[in-house]
Design a protein around this ligand. Structure first.
Ligand code: 15L
Length: 284
């Protein structure tokens, strides 16, 4: 990859020995599995699900190590993190669920990752946060990375916890983190909201590469959206990352808009978090 001279990655080697990818069996983990090999000699893949049980994943390929791991198990996470240069932490529950299901992987698990990073001297973590930390802001309102958080559910609260935990580990221990408030990363936007929140896979890869390798990033929060026509997120505070998305949801607009819009009284059409605001309550 070549970079212009004002790019924070200019002259920087975007390659290291070993990257750990948690949640490697998940939707985005499967996309990143092969793409991360461009940036490391070895990609260590982990998931709570045995990767060989996921048909298309099979077992370890060239440049890969596979370690099944329950993120809620501190000793297992300690072993998982040994010998890695950087962690791309995608693991955990990725949708709105009852608190009891969010707690082990997303909250205990993220703590375990940071404790293991501290004990093994890992200097950089890329934390997959989410737009759902600000999901209760109205659609159309433009937010920067410093706005007060307004999570739209337990999942969003768990991502807010991860953002705060990683801030603490930077202030206290100097472990650098880039929190990615990922929008909607899919092959294509599926609805009107995603025309705004969509993050194409090439832009996701660019974001993660920068989050791993831009020198001296300290602690940063960046929204993950492609260069869509409309945006609700202002990434100026993340300029140090040099993220310059190249994909755009516009080619999918006519297909998306050929479907009927949401009813005007559906809160999924009012808030940035979309349908997540309709999930729950659970267990009544
Ligand atoms: C997320 O954080 C979820 O993991 C994903 O499933 C999508 O729903 C996405 O946000 C979104 O907001 O579209």
């Amino acid at each position: 990859m070549s970079h212009s001279s004002d790019d924070p990655l200019a002259g920087v080697t975007t390659h290291c020995h070993r990257i750990l990818l948690t949640g490697a069996g998940g939707k985005l983990g499967r996309i990143l599995r092969s793409r991360l090999k461009r940036y490391a000699d070895i990609v260590r893949l982990s998931d709570i699900v045995r990767l060989s049980d996921i048909a298309e994943l099979g077992s370890a390929l060239a440049q890969e190590e596979v370690m099944r791991c329950d993120l809620a198990d501190g000793a297992a996470v300690h072993a998982l993190v040994e010998g890695v240069d950087a962690i791309v932490h995608m693991g955990g529950v990725s949708v709105e669920r009852p608190f009891e299901e969010i707690l082990p992987a997303n909250i205990q698990g993220t703590y375990n990752i940071y404790e293991a990073a501290r004990r093994h001297g890992v200097r950089r973590v890329v934390f997959a946060s989410s737009n759902h930390v600000i999901g209760y802001y109205r659609q159309g309102e433009v937010l920067d990375a410093n706005v007060p958080l307004r999570p739209d559910g337990y999942y969003g609260v768990s991502k807010a916890f991860g953002e705060q935990l990683s801030r603490f580990y930077f202030d206290r221990y100097g472990i650098e983190t880039v929190c990615l408030r990922i929008g909607s990363s899919y092959p294509e936007p599926a609805d009107r909201r995603m025309l705004v929140t969509w993050l194409g896979y090439d832009d996701l890869e660019q974001l993660i590469c920068r989050a791993i390798f831009v020198p001296k990033i300290g602690y940063a929060i960046v929204y993950g959206a492609s260069a869509n026509r409309e945006t609700w997120w202002d990434n100026r505070h993340a300029a140090g990352l040099g993220f310059a998305p190249v994909e755009c949801s516009e080619p999918f607009r006519s297909k998306v808009e050929s479907a009927p819009p949401l009813p005007v009284d559906d809160p999924a059409g009012w808030y940035q978090g979309g349908a997540f605001v309709n999930a729950g309550p659970f267990g009544d």
